[in-house]
Design a protein around this ligand. Structure first.
Ligand code: NAP
Ligand code: GLV
Length: 308
C-alpha cells in the first residue's frame, strides 16, 4: 500500500513520516511534493492544495489531520474519494480545558480582579450564582459532548443542541431548527462546536445572539465562519452581550486592524483551543486504513453531502 503525507501547517514532516511508517509496517509512506507519479492509494493531509488531488486522481481515501473538514471539502475532490476525519485525537480534553477556562474566567470575574490588582485594590465582590449562568453547547459530537460533560462537573446548568436528537447525561438536549430558539433562550454562555457547513455558516448572528439571556458570553472554538463578527461587536457595544472568547476568526491570522484585538470584552487566541496530537492522530489514521483494507467503514468517515 502506498500513502502520501501532505501536512501544511509549517510542522516538519519527518516525525509524521516516522510515526506513520511505524504504525503501518509494510506501507510505503512518502512526503508529498508536486510531480509525484499517480500511484498512491491514500493521502494523510492537513490543508492540502488542490494540486494534490489533481495529480493523484486514483486516491481512494484522504485522512484529514483535524476534526473539521470544511477546507478539504471546499476543494474539487473526486466523487468517489472517501474522506475520513479525526475524532478526538487528543483534542476533546483540550477543548474541555479551554472552554472551562473561558467560562470560569467570565463567571468568576477574574478579569476584573486582574484589573483590581493593577490598581492595588482589595475589593471582594459577591459570589455569582451558578444557576444564573446556563451554558449552551452547539454541537454534541466528539468535542461538544466532552465539553458539555466537563462543564457539568462544575455544576452549571447545561443545554445542548445538535442536528439530530442526542442524549448526553445531565444535559438538556435540543435539536434541529425547531429546538434552536428554546435552546438559545435558555442559554447565557454559548459555546460553538459545530462543523462549518452550508447550514451552520453565519449561525452566530444578530438574530440568534440577541436571543441569549442578557449579559451573555460567546465562546467560539469551531470556525470563524460561524460568527458574524460585526453583529457580535454591535451586541457587545449595546450591552446585550458581556463578552466573548474567540479562538477562531473569519480571516486567519486575524488582521492587525481588526477591532476584535482591542475590544475590552473580547479575548482572542490564535486557533489553538485544541491541537491535533501526533501520536493519537497516527493511531486513528492507522486504524482507519486497516478498516478500509478489511472492507469496513472506518470510524470518522465523513458524509460529504452533509458537510461533516
Ligand atoms: P462532530 O463529532 O462531527 O460533531 C458535530 C456536532 O454538530 C454533532 O452533534 C452534529 O449533530 C452537530 N451539527 C452539525 N450540523 C448541525 C446543524 N445544522 N444543526 C445543529 N447541529 C449540527 O464534530 P467534532 O469532532 O465535535 O468537531 C466540531 C468542530 O470543532 C469541527 O468541525 C471543527 O470545525 C471544530 N474544531 C476546532 C478546533 C480549534 O482548535 N478551534 C479544533 C478541533 C475542531 P448530530 O449529532 O445530529 O450529527
Ligand atoms: C482544527 O481546527 C480541527 O478542525 O481539527
Amino acid at each position: 500500500m502506498r500513502l502520501l503525507l501532505c501536512h501544511r501547517d509549517g510542522q516538519p514532516a519527518a516525525p509524521w513520516l516516522a510515526d506513520l511508517r511505524a504504525a503501518l509496517p509494510g506501507a510505503q509512506v512518502d512526503d508529498w511534493r508536486p510531480g509525484l507519479p499517480p500511484v498512491y492509494e491514500h493521502a494523510v493531509a492537513w490543508n492540502p492544495p488542490q494540486q494534490l488531488f489533481d495529480e493523484q486522481p486514483q486516491l481512494r481515501a484522504v485522512f484529514n489531520l483535524g476534526a473539521g473538514v470544511d477546507r478539504l471539502l471546499a476543494l474539487c475532490l473526486p466523487p468517489a474519494l472517501r474522506v475520513v476525519r479525526l475524532e478526538d485525537a487528543g483534542m476533546a480534553v483540550q477543548m474541555a480545558e479551554y472552554v472551562c477556562h473561558a467560562l470560569i474566567r467570565f463567571f468568576r470575574g477574574f478579569d476584573g480582579y486582574a484589573r483590581q490588582q493593577q490598581a492595588r485594590q482589595w475589593a471582594p465582590r459577591p459570589a455569582p450564582v451558578r444557576g444564573d449562568f446556563p451554558v449552551g453547547v452547539m454541537g454534541l459530537g466528539a468535542l461538544g459532548a466532552r465539553v458539555a460533560q466537563a462543564v457539568r462537573q462544575f455544576d452549571f446548568p447545561v443545554l445542548g443542541w445538535s442536528r439530530t436528537p442526542r442524549r448526553v447525561e445531565g444535559v438538556r438536549c435540543f435539536d434541529g431548527a425547531a429546538g434552536l430558539h428554546e435552546f438559545l433562550r435558555g442559554t447565557r454562555v454559548l459555546v460553538c462546536l459545530l462543523p462549518l457547513t452550508g447550514d451552520t455558516r453565519g449561525i452566530l448572528r444578530r438574530d440568534t445572539l440577541a436571543r441569549l439571556r442578557p449579559g451573555g458570553y460567546v465562546i467560539n472554538v469551531a470556525r470563524g465562519g460561524h460568527l458574524v463578527e460585526a453583529d457580535l461587536r454591535a451586541l457587545l457595544d449595546e450591552g446585550h452581550l458581556a463578552g466573548a472568547a474567540l479562538d477562531v476568526a473569519s480571516a486567519e491570522p486575524l488582521p492587525a486592524d481588526s477591532p476584535l484585538w482591542r475590544h475590552p470584552g473580547v479575548t482572542v487566541t490564535p486557533h489553538v483551543s485544541a491541537q491535533t496530537g501526533r501520536r493519537e492522530a497516527v493511531e486513528e489514521v492507522a486504524r482507519a486504513v486497516r478498516a478500509l483494507a478489511a472492507g469496513a467503514a472506518p470510524s470518522g468517515l465523513v458524509e460529504r453531502g452533509r458537510g461533516y
